[in-house]
Structure formats: C-alpha cells, structure tokens
Design a protein around this ligand. Structure first.
Ligand code: UDP
Ligand code: MG
Length: 316
C-alpha cells in the first residue's frame, strides 16, 4: 500500500467504437478531475485508449484528442479485447501506481472507481468490479452469462462470478501478471491465480448507450470455451470418464452378444452392432476433438508469436 496519492491509468479497449468515444472521454475526464480534486489520485493520472484494429474512424478520433492526460495506442490489427488490454497494461507498466481496466461503452459504473481506490488505499492489490444487477442486459445475455460463470466454476476455473474485465490492479500485480505468457489470454481467470490481497466492489451494469455489442453469441461461446480449455483439464477428464463408462457398457454388450450366440439368435444381432458402432464412434470422435483442442493450444503456445503489435503510440 502506498501512502502517497496514487497515480492512476484507466485503460479502455476500443473496437469500432467511433460513436461512443466522445461520450466516454468526456465522462471519464470529468471523473478524473473529480478524483484529483478529492485528492484520491495524483494530478498526472491518465486515460489510455487502445484501438484494437478498428475498421471505422476510432483511431482518427483518438488521434484528434489534444488533452495531455490522454494516451492512445493503435494496434496493427484486431487482436481481441483481452490482447488490447494486455497491450495497454504492458505499455504503461511501471509508469503508474494503479491501473483500472474498463470497457469503453461505460456499461460498468465509473462511480465505482472511487470505491475501488478506497479499497486499494485499504490494502487491496486487486479490486474486482462485480455486477450484482444485470436487469439492463437482455434476458438472453443474462441467462447465457450466468451459465458461463457456472460452467467456469464447475470446470475448476477460479473466475469470480459476474466479474468481467472491470478491475483495479496495482503495479506490483501488473508485473506478476506480465509473467503469464499464455497465447490464449483469459484475464479474469489469471488474476484470481495471482493472489495478494483481493477485494470486490459491487455495481449495477448499465445499458450500452451507443454503438452495439462486439460480442455476438458465437464470439461469447468461443470465449467461454477458451476460458475452460486454458485453465482446466476437466474436459480431458470428462472424456476419460466417458471412455471408462463406455468400456463397462461394451462389456455388457459383449456378454449380451455371447448369450445371443449361445441361444442361436445370431442373425438378429445387427441392431446392437449398429448401436455399438455409432455410440463408440461418437465417443471416440468427441474425445479426439477435445484432445485436439488442447494440442491446438500447445501448438500456438510453442510458436510463441507476439500477442499484440503496436502500430502507433500517442503521449505514452
Ligand atoms: N473490444 C475490443 N476488441 C474486440 C472486441 C471488443 O477491444 O475484438 C472492446 C470493445 O470496444 C469494448 C469491450 O471490448 O470496449 C467490450 O466489448 P462489448 O461492449 O462489445 O461487449 P459486451 O459488453 O457486449 O459483452
Ligand atoms: Mg459492453
């Protein structure tokens, strides 16, 4: 815990967010000024927008901002939300005392930042923003999100229920986080692993005021699957259990087939053969698929490609 007023950086990933940038900037600058006036953060605190390879005018708008307190990073391609956050954090490391990551649509309540800083002042090195009310999300988004967190927990991923990527971390935590070199990044699974003193603040998730969600169902499912396979070997174990179960089942089927043979009922065996072939064929394909997923991850990890590439930096 630092006794001096902490210097804060707020990191905002942006992908095709031209419609919302000005709104977001003005609200956040107001918030920063307020926090500085209240002596909660130091006067050289900053906002850092990371343009994640947007196809629209996001960079043009970011580039036009003249405020000294705004840093802008342009990634050379669309690396994804998690890597945009990584790029921002990695670039700013050691330059600030605390870092807050938040989506640029400000669906997460920026008034919570005060509470996060209080928690840091009281000794927390990681403070998670947790949504305790998602009434503003659609019924579908609410249900799928709850399912997602439950599945994570069941699969042994330590992620915090209803916490997305709205969190505060200290520079100490950031340096530890940067030692996690995974090619498939799932931030909300990593931070609970890091340890240190961790706290939680609750807030109500708002509606997106402008622009639309960049997480359609397909992307959400891929993200969930990535989270599970990056942090848990449970799918491999489940496949193993299914394998054991099918061996037991096939033992009984064999017994049945032999009895049929003894009775002299051999011709009528085609149904059981068909069922057995289809059933075990299915299980084997599934097992190969799951194993393949893990091998695929190893393949990417071994290549050790850069996880993000910066094209331009402004004010950093
Ligand atoms: N985002 C990004 N890269 C992507 C997709 C999204 O940087 O490839 C950013 C997006 O601009 C936003 C945040 O990630 O700031 C969360 O996205 P969104 O609000 O669309 O997700 P939702 O809140 O609907 O889950
Ligand atoms: Mg959003």
């Amino acid at each position: 815990m630092d006794l001096k007023t902490p210097q804060l950086a707020i990191i905002l990933p942006c992908y095709n967010e031209e419609t919302i940038l000005d709104y977001s900037k003005s609200h956040l600058l107001k918030k920063l000024t307020y926090l500085m006036d209240e002596k909660k953060i130091s006067a050289d605190s900053k906002l850092c927008f990371v343009d994640d390879g947007s196809k629209d005018d996001t960079w043009k708008i970011l580039d036009s901002y003249k405020e000294k307190s705004i840093i802008a990073i342009k990634l050379a391609n669309n690396f994804g939300h998690q890597f945009a956050l990584l790029a921002g954090l990695d670039t700013l490391k050691n330059n600030f005392d605390i870092y807050i990551t938040i989506d640029v649509d400000l669906q997460d309540d920026i008034d919570c930042i005060d509470k996060m800083i209080d928690a840091y002042d009281n000794g927390d090195d990681i403070v998670y923003g947790v949504r305790n009310d998602r009434q503003n999300d659609t019924y579908f988004k609410r249900k799928t999100a709850t399912l997602f967190y439950d599945l994570m927990l069941r699969m042994g991923v330590k992620s915090i229920k209803h916490h997305a990527d709205f969190r505060l971390i200290s520079n100490k935590v950031l340096l530890e986080f940067l030692k996690f070199k995974e090619s498939h990044l799932f931030l909300r699974g990593i931070f609970p692993e890091i340890g240190f003193k961790q706290g939680v603040v609750y807030y109500k998730r708002k509606e997106r005021s402008l622009g639309e969600s960049k997480y359609p169902l397909k992307k959400m499912l891929a993200f969930a699957w990535d989270g599970i396979t990056s942090f848990s070997n449970k799918p491999l174990k489940i496949v193993l259990y299914i394998g054991v179960f099918s061996i037991i089942l096939s033992f009984f089927l064999t017994l049945y087939a032999l009895i049929q043979l003894l009775i002299g009922n051999v011709v009528s065996g085609w149904t059981s053969i068909l069922i057995a072939v289809v059933f075990f064929g299915g299980i084997q394909t599934l097992a190969i698929g799951v194993i393949g997923e893990y091998i695929g991850k190893i393949y990417y990890q071994v290549k050790g490609r850069p996880r993000y590439i910066i094209e331009k930096l402004k004010n950093a």
